[in-house]
Design a protein around this ligand. Structure first.
Ligand SMILES: Nc1ncnc2c1ncn2[C@@H]1O[C@H](COP(=O)(O)OP(=O)(O)OP(=O)(O)O)[C@@H](O)[C@H]1O
Ligand SMILES: [Mg+2]
Length: 271
């Protein structure tokens, strides 16, 4: 709606996990490298944790988008039974006719893995929101990471979740010990928050940088450096600038926006 006013190609502060906007803070870079290593070296099981809205899903999409000779099954809604979980994985790998019985689903996944390995493909299973996985699903994942040839694992499983995932895994040592690669994301620092805002504006084709230093300091303060909250505030600021027909987003605009978003910002920070 405001793109023309600001001279933008697209909205810079969407809330979808679009990897085209991926900004690499040092910790995002580190997490990216670790996950890529886990995949390339077929390490079996890796885990990415971080508080809500810090970029876990976006980062993971970024890693997967860069892979060649790899196939990924991404499971976004993990509140399921182990059998349903295996069926979802099979479906996400492109199978349309999923058998009813677990043993037949397992047979498909095994054969698929061996065939794919033979032609040099790596297989990744991503369980997003893995903190919601039922205990027996986590157990099934442990069994999946047992599948191997003499040399390597058949599947690399990437568990992504909020910090309580780490707490849950600690209660299941037989699974926790198999997590060979761990990566964490935290909120951004003040300078990173500013870089992040600039980066997203640049990717969206912005010809100018409308935020004043004061307003950036406030954006950091109110968002606590959490990218999703930064996006919400900045998006509303751009809208407000458009409504007021001003190209300078100063602290008064940020404060008005924050007042409107107040509850959302508080709720999001509490989670
Ligand atoms: N490093 C980053 N670069 C660019 N955008 C980011 C980055 N981190 C987060 N974002 C943006 O912040 C928003 C939230 O990111 P994302 O959904 O990946 O977070 P999450 O950690 O998966 O959250 P949740 O815990 O709710 O699943 C998205 O709009 C995403 O594009
Ligand atoms: Mg996510």
């Amino acid at each position: 709606m405001y793109e023309n006013f600001w001279g933008l190609r697209e909205q810079p502060f969407g809330t979808t996990p679009d990897p085209a906007f991926l900004y690499f803070s040092p910790q995002h870079e580190e997490a990216f490298a670790r996950i890529r290593y886990a995949i390339h070296s077929r390490k079996g099981l890796a885990m990415l944790t971080g508080v809500v809205g810090t970029g876990k899903t976006t980062l993971c999409r970024g890693v997967i988008g860069q892979l060649t000779n790899a196939k990924a099954a991404v499971i976004l809604n993990p509140k399921n039974t182990p059998v349903q979980m295996l069926k979802d994985i099979t479906y996400e790998f492109g199978f349309e006719h999923i058998p009813f019985y677990k043993r037949d689903v397992v047979a498909i996944l095994r054969k698929f893995a061996l065939d794919q390995l033979e032609i040099g493909n790596t297989l990744i299973i991503v369980m997003d929101e893995a903190q919601l996985l039922a205990r027996n699903c986590l157990e099934e994942i442990r069994l999946l990471t047992n599948w191997e040839t003499n040399k390597e694992k058949l599947y690399t499983v990437l568990l992504i979740g909020q910090p309580e995932l780490e707490v849950r895994l600690r209660r299941i040592p037989q699974l926790n010990q198999r997590v060979v690669i761990r990566a964490r994301l935290a909120s951004l620092g003040e300078k990173e928050t500013i870089d992040y805002v600039m980066h997203r504006l640049r990717i969206a084709g912005s010809p100018l940088f409308p935020f004043t230093p004061d307003s950036l300091a406030d954006i950091y303060r109110y968002s606590a450096g959490i990218p999703r909250l930064i996006n919400m505030i900045c998006d509303m600021c751009l809208l407000e600038g458009y409504i007021r027909r001003t190209k300078k987003l100063d602290i008064s605009i940020v404060q008005d926006v924050v007042k409107d978003l107040g509850g959302v910002l508080e709720d999001a920070k509490i989670q």
